[in-house]
Ligand binder design. Sequence first.
Ligand code: GRF
Length: 210
Amino acid sequence: MPESLSAKHQTRDDDPRRLAVFLSGSGRTLVNLQQKIDARELDAEIISVVASRPCLGIERAGELGLPTEVRSDPFTSETLLEHVKEHRIGLIVLAGYLSLLPIPPQLERRVLNIHPGLLPGDGTGGRFGGRGMYGKRVHQAVLDAGEQESGCTVHYCSAQYDAGPVILREACPVLPDDDPAALAARVFELELEAYPKALQLAIDEHRRKE
Ligand code: GRF
């Protein structure tokens, strides 16, 4: 195991390598991030894991020995800032988190999300993002639209669902026999590499500003 960041970097409270992971689902994204950290492919440490409801993801976080919290009440911008300050969090990483976070100005470009579709990055969620567009619904919409390409998008979060500045997109083909499950599996394979890569880009961007 790498030496703990919390022990190594005690100088800055908002060191971007100090991550809080927020989730509501099965936690595959969280487990992948921890594996990339353990493999030293991502220079970060998961400081806290917050779930919006009891779920498999929070159980997996516990099995990984990560500090966990279930918060069923929605965050306000004040309670979000409190969490960040209390745990000295640099970046909040949404990993299948199904509530919209009220992001205060202090946390702009400090909250990231991955979406299982290609977002336009024009300040809207486009045809495959936005409120209610998550999981299977995204893939069904892509198939219904007859798209030949889908993929994933990592972006900073803003006040609207799936509408903040894009960090990176990765694309894959949509195949003629695809159903939502087959397309979801192909997109998720992209996510496993795209999210750690985008996170490292975000961490590097923040550290250059230090
Ligand atoms: C991923 O498909 C991601 O794109 C979306 O939520 C899903 C999370 O999956 N934001 P899991 O809960 O990590 O298994």
